[in-house]
Design a protein around this ligand. Structure first.
Ligand code: NAP
Length: 285
């Protein structure tokens, strides 16, 4: 059994969940937090609480850090850079791709990571974690990192995990905003959100098929309207804007969708598929 020692730095909501998953799967786990009281529960579960951050780093060859932001990582780990020699730093703090690349300039054997899960899911197979950076570091610690959830590696560019992270979060916010707007629209007709939700979920499973088909068109750079032309989408979008206005709910969300589509149509993409909107998002329409 792999029982590689691990150090977890940062014991906020997520850091605690990470340390608990390592402990539960049998890894000797050392922890450190700026506010020491947050380590008490973990000590009761068998974690070793390091008195200083230097002790925490020296305790393991795999160091996992999860703080509020990149500035906190730089301020906390940066002064202890020398202690990292020969060790792997895995940074699960959210940040931008440029921040990840900057950290990689001073942290050797660096893996940047993003967590696509909430704390209570950590350690379960439905959690997935994205990594990029040193491929040797990932190969050496993949097993241990897999204790946290399904670990995916995107290659040597340390910025890629962060880019995937924000792109995926954008999918989440876009989808949730669309659901909330739809629920507001139906609530004006006294339909409960819980009555709408099953239909929204069923429709989303069709939308996932559109995503796969459109990804193929985007990669080919060809947008044949095999399902519906952009002009057909635009005509129907106008109903969403009109219904929203009639119901007295916010029209900003559907009006923005309509405006994006009109820009693509103005650029001559009227007979193309919905995937051709990618050129608007790329700033090329
Ligand atoms: P949190 O509960 O607010 O914990 C923040 C942690 O950062 C605490 O351990 C805090 O220490 C530490 N910290 C902040 N500034 C510091 C500094 N200057 N020096 C030293 N330590 C510092 O946040 P969280 O929910 O655990 O999130 C941590 C990271 O995980 C964030 O980047 C977040 O985006 C990411 N994430 C979170 C979730 C989630 O569902 N929670 C999901 C995915 C990704 P103190 O205890 O001393 O304040």
């Amino acid at each position: 059994m792999n029982n590689e020692p691990v150090t977890v730095i940062g014991l906020g909501l997520m850091g605690k969940a990470l340390a608990t998953a390592f402990l539960t799967s049998g890894h000797p786990t050392t922890v450190w937090n700026r506010t020491p009281a947050k380590a008490q529960d973990l000590a009761a579960q068998g974690a070793t609480v390091a008195p200083t951050i230097g002790d925490a780093i020296r305790a393991s060859s795999l160091i996992v850090v999860c703080l509020t932001d990149s500035a906190a990582v730089r301020d906390t780990i940066g002064p202890n850079q020398a202690e990292l020699a020969g060790r792997t730093l895995v940074n699960l703090t959210s940040g931008t791709s440029d921040e990840a690349r900057e950290t990689a300039t001073w942290a050797t054997n660096y893996l940047d990571g993003a967590i696509m899960a909430i704390p209570e899911v950590i350690g379960r197979p439905e959690a997935f974690l994205l990594f990029s950076g040193s491929s040797d570091a990932f190969a050496n610690h993949e097993d241990t990192l897999g204790r946290l959830g399904n670990a995916v590696f995107f290659g040597e560019d340390p910025g890629l995990a962060s880019l995937y992270d924000v792109a995926l979060l954008g999918v989440m916010w876009g989808t949730l905003n669309a659901f909330l707007h739809g629920a507001a629209l139906l609530s004006a007709a006294k339909v409960d959100a819980s009555a709408f939700a099953p239909f929204a979920n069923q429709w989303l499973s069709s939308v996932t098929e559109f995503i796969s088909a459109y990804a193929d068109q985007i990669d080919r750079g060809a947008y044949p309207a095999e399902d519906a032309a952009l002009e057909t989408h635009l005509a129907t979008m106008k109903y969403l804007v009109r219904e929203s206005a009639a119901a007295g709910i916010d029209t900003d969300w559907p009006a923005r969708i309509q405006a994006l589509t009109e820009r693509a149509i103005d650029a001559g993409r009227s007979p193309a598929s919905y995937a051709s909107l990618i050129e608007v998002f790329r700033g090329q329409a």
